[in-house]
Design a protein around this ligand. Structure first.
Ligand SMILES: Cc1cc2nc3c(=O)[nH]c(=O)nc-3n(C[C@H](O)[C@H](O)[C@H](O)COP(=O)(O)OP(=O)(O)OC[C@H]3O[C@@H](n4cnc5c(N)ncnc54)[C@H](O)[C@@H]3O)c2cc1C
Length: 487
């Protein structure tokens, strides 16, 4: 009946929306990792499930009594397909995905296969299989692309040809994973890669998405950049050594959860080298560099998103490809010692920043006050946004003095553009100040907890940012929220 045909006509689109390499992403530029495509995939599936119920109900009424048909293979296939689809709808509910992702993943895989095969035989009865086989083609195409990427980036499937990665335990709940960049592997800030680690995974084909925290750029790799601050470069090489991984390697900051990431933590504790295959990069990169003012806000591992974005803005301003005038980099961390994760990188970034770009780095440590108290008094002071407007000039002299002392974290904190504060960031107040100061176009990018994203959303509501404030000469503000999870 019509409901069944309507439902079948949606299968190819639903399949496309559920695959990593799909034509919808190609046309719209919206990556698979963005919650929106996944959301549409699930919503369409639920609507189709209702249509399938209408289809089945209609057939039961129209063909009554339907019992004689129960032995017909096409009807058996239809019933099995319907049951598989119902199971799919149940396991895809958010609480199940959040609590038992691996269960969801494998049940989803088996049920989709069952559903499509049974649907194919069911629809041969009405000769509408042309809605079904495109689904196999779309799915097969995605798998082919992924297999090709894996082979190209990882040089083969055999374990000995996979890359060696170093897993370092940065704190009780954070692991840093790094490995040499495969020669063909390039990415943009904010992009994600799926990591496959057979020695860490419990299940075959287990792949977990993580945002690439390092920056793929020639500029930051150069030994002698043609920079406006040549004195600083020799100092940079001296102070940073050759270990800075952010522009030579693929780096991930991984928050330890209960499954795969907990096993990765064990590997890091044991000091094991892990074999890794990388599938990606995925996702589109939101262009935060095309604004006059950019405010980058991260919580914990959310810095994987904001750090390469900051480096990208600096590079683009240097190359004359962005007219950004001010960047505010806010990072909320539990412990001040986490600064070590990226201190060398931030120093390098400040060195390379052209004088036309004002950079303000504010780090908020929400616990471990002892660490902060041991730091010089000025590190904890908050001079407000105005005070850091000319930081890119004043920091130079200070940098030279402090990096020689050896401790890179202290070197970073001695730069006037960098503030470390104890406690939570008062995001509404910081954003209000930035909006007041800004003119032109302003962008706020946030990657952290849901509470952080909510707070930023709330802070930018009327009257801070509105058509009225723009009419009064204020900036037009764009908010970009990056989340580490599907909706
Ligand atoms: C686009 C994207 C980028 C991400 N970037 C980062 C990052 O840079 N750093 C970081 O620490 N985390 C990141 N995450 C989250 C990270 O993928 C999960 O925390 C990780 O997969 C959890 O693994 P686990 O087995 O230890 O989780 P569990 O303890 O089993 O579950 C914890 C949560 O992770 C979700 N999850 C588990 N496996 C997957 C999977 N294969 N795919 C998607 N979600 C999963 C579960 O639904 C659950 O909500 C990102 C997620 C996405 C979708």
């Amino acid at each position: 009946n019509r409901a069944g045909t309507l439902a079948a006509s949606q299968f190819p689109l639903i399949t496309a929306l559920g695959t990593k390499n799909n034509i919808v992403s190609l046309i719209t530029g919206i990556g698979y990792d963005k919650a929106i495509l996944n959301y549409v995939h699930r919503m369409m599936s639920r609507v189709v499930f209702v249509l399938l119920c209408v289809h089945a109900g209609g057939e039961v009424v129209l063909d009554a009594p339907f019992q004689p048909y129960l032995k017909e293979p096409w009807l058996i296939c239809g019933i099995v397909a319907g049951v598989a689809f119902a199971i799919l709808c149940v396991v895809s509910l958010r609480p199940i995905r959040a609590q038992a992702y691996e269960l969801f993943f494998y049940v989803h895989f088996v049920m989709v296969l069952t559903f499509l095969i049974c649907s194919y035989f069911h629809t041969t009865y009405d000769s509408i299989t042309y809605w079904i086989y495109p689904c196999f083609a779309i799915w097969g195409f995605d798998r082919l692309i992924r297999a090709l990427r894996l082979v190209i980036f990882n040089f083969g499937w055999r374990s000995e040809s996979m890359m060696d990665a170093t897993a370092e335990l940065l704190s009780d709940d954070f692991v840093r994973l790094r490995f040499h960049r495969p020669s063909h592997f390039h990415w943009a800030p904010g992009q994600t890669a799926y990591l496959i680690m057979p020695s860490v995974s419990r299940l075959p084909f287990e792949a977990h998405p993580f945002t690439i925290a390092s920056f793929d750029s020639e500029l930051f790799q150069e030994g002698q950049p043609q920079c406006e601050k040549p004195i600083q470069d020799s100092m940079a090489q001296h102070s940073l050594g050759s270990s800075t991984p952010f522009w030579k390697e693929v780096v991930f900051f991984i928050n330890v959860r209960k499954g795969f990431t907990a096993r990765l933590k064990e590997a890091a504790l044991n000091g094991d080298k892990v074999k890794v295959a990388v599938d990606g990069p995925y996702g589109s990169s939101f262009d935060l560099g095309s604004y006059d003012t950019s405010v980058l806000i991260a919580g914990g591992s959310g810095v994987s998103y904001t750090l390469p974005t900051l480096l990208n803005i600096i590079e683009r301003v240097r190359n004359g490809k962005s007219s950004c005038r001010r960047v505010v980099f806010i990072w909320s961390i539990r412990n001040a010692d986490y600064i070590h994760w990226i201190d060398e990188t931030l120093i390098r970034a400040l060195q390379l920043a052209p004088p036309s770009l004002s950079i303000s780095i504010r780090i908020y440590a929400t616990s471990a006050p002892s660490t902060i108290q041991s730091l010089p008094h000025s590190y904890g002071s908050n001079d407000g946004p105005q005070a850091v407007l000319d930081d890119s000039k004043s920091e130079i002299g200070e940098l030279e003095d402090v990096t020689a002392k050896g401790d890179i974290k202290d070197s970073l904190l001695a730069i006037e553009a960098v503030k470390l504060e104890n406690g939570r960031c008062d995001l509404p107040s910081v954003l209000r100040d930035e909006v007041e100061m800004a003119t032109g176009r302003m962008c706020v990018g946030v990657c952290g907890s849901q509470a952080m994203a909510r707070s930023v959303r709330g802070a930018l509501q009327f009257p801070v940012s509105s058509p009225l404030s723009v009419a009064n000469g204020g900036p037009s503000v764009t908010l970009h929220v990056e989340s580490f999870g599907f909706a």
